[in-house]
Design a protein around this ligand. Structure first.
Ligand code: NAD
Ligand code: DAU
Length: 374
């Protein structure tokens, strides 16, 4: 007898069975069975929340390994939704992915699962190759075998490399990744192209700029600065803080990903950005102002990224705007207000996600005299 996935879990208690899913073999033509990988992370959890609200008849299955960045608390409030189920597992585990596809016969698959932090990839590239390249290949291969209707790979503007002071990345800009993280994402994108070209797998790629909003792990710029400022700790800015990022509120990205998934053209890449470029120093000063904290908390540190630190990202998103009628709903002021409000209301979450592993990591990047504990 075939072993059920329930028995394959490292943590079986995290599996949630529910009646609607037991019946998912009886297909409702109005609904889709959607695989979301990496749904316990920042963007993935926001995306699941968005989909379950917008398409109450859809069934969403979240496959997540629960690395340091994955947290089931991010899905609090929807874990009992009859259209949702969590499966703990690794996208690079071919056997598990195969059994999951065999059981669920997904219509749509969205791959968020990845090692996502540039600084970590500089410390050790190996987990990035495993999750971001091998994991993507396993998903593509199994999706091909079971014939999903759409496979969306969540990629990043970092695959394009760095811009100088002028210009924007378009979908046909050359791929020139500079960090191991960016290279692993670029490799996955190339695999996606080849699965589309070679096997006609209906693949679409989105490449978004820097997301911010609720549930972002505090190793990334905005939540790290918010947490440190709230605790009156130093705010470590790499170099002189002159690097430029193009910011998008996470809900705007989720809405765009969903539009691309349902209505985008297969074999295409869609850039997703909100035309919101800011130098890092400006972002940090804005956070301090909104929290009513002094700029004296800022400390400029030697750039741990060195040559791998891309100077500037800026996305031309006219394709998704013109083809799919998408535009961002939040500007930086409004998005940052919502973000700060969320972190202020979830300080318990902020402290709970910081484990000993994170403190070790923090010491490696920022040095041992740079404490973030009280
Ligand atoms: P995140 O680090 O917050 O979450 C990643 C999630 O993937 C975690 O829940 C983790 O447990 C899970 N995961 C990691 N390896 C896995 C594996 N092998 N199998 C199953 N699950 C695994 O990341 P995020 O910021 O939410 O990013 C999500 C995706 O979006 C990533 O693919 C990232 O490259 C891409 N992206 C992120 C941004 C951004 O600004 N955050 C921008 C553009 C693209
Ligand atoms: O552009 C999309 C990418 O955005 C995603 O693909 C990545 O998954 C995501 O992590 C993000 O990458 P960045 O490296 O741009 O994000 P991060 O928040 O780590 O850093 C933003 C900028 O802030 C960058 O120029 C480095 C700087 N920085 C970051 C940290 C954590 C600091 O100056 N100090 C810090 O402590």
């Amino acid at each position: 007898m075939r072993k059920s996935l329930v028995h394959n879990q490292k943590n079986p208690s995290s599996e949630i069975r529910n009646p609607k899913l037991e019946k998912s073999a009886i297909r409702n033509p109005q609904s889709a069975i959607v695989l979301v990988t990496g749904g316990a992370g920042f963007i993935g959890s926001n995306f699941i929340r968005y989909v379950l609200k917008k398409y109450p008849a859809d069934i969403v299955i979240n496959l997540d390994k629960l690395t340091y960045a994955g947290n089931l608390e991010n899905l609090e409030g929807i874990k009992d939704n009859p259209g949702y189920r969590f499966v703990r597992g690794d996208i690079a585990d071919r056997e598990l992915v195969n059994r999951l596809f065999a059981e669920e016969r997904f219509d749509l698959a969205v791959n968020f699962a990845a090692e996502s932090h540039v600084d970590r990839s500089i410390l050790d590239a190996a987990p990035f190759i495993e999750a971001n390249i091998k994991g993507a290949q396993v998903l593509l291969e199994v999706a091909r075998y079971y014939g999903v209707k759409k496979f969306l790979q969540v990629s990043t503007d970092e695959v394009y490399g760095s811009l100088g002071k002028e210009g924007l990345f378009r979908e046909d800009s050359p791929i020139r990744p500079n960090s191991p993280y960016a290279a692993s994402k670029a490799a996955a994108d190339l695999l996606c192209y080849t699965y589309y070209n070679t096997y006609d797998l209906p693949v679409i790629i989105t490449r978004s700029s820097n997301n911010y909003g609720p549930y972002q792990f505090p190793e990334k710029l905005m939540p790290l600065m918010i947490r440190n400022a709230l605790n009156d700790k130093k705010l470590p800015i790499y170099g002189q803080g002159g690097n430029v990022r193009d910011w998008i509120y996470v809900e705007d990205n989720c809405r765009a990903i969903d539009l691309v998934l349902r209505n985008g053209r297969v074999g295409e890449v869609y850039n997703i950005g909100a035309s919101c470029e800011r130098v890092n120093l400006e972002i940090v000063k804005l956070i301090l102002k909104k929290l009513d904290k002094p700029e004296s908390l800022i400390e400029f540190i030697e750039d741990p990224r060195g040559k791998a630190h891309d100077f500037r990202y800026g996305l031309d998103s006219s394709k998704v705007q013109n083809e799919l009628n998408w535009s961002p709903r939040y500007d930086l002021e409004e998005g940052l207000d919502k973000t700060i409000e969320w972190y202020l209301a979830h300080q318990g979450w902020l402290e709970r996600v910081i484990t000993g592993e994170y403190l070790d990591y923090y010491r490696k990047v920022y040095g041992s005299n740079y404490s973030i504990t009280p």
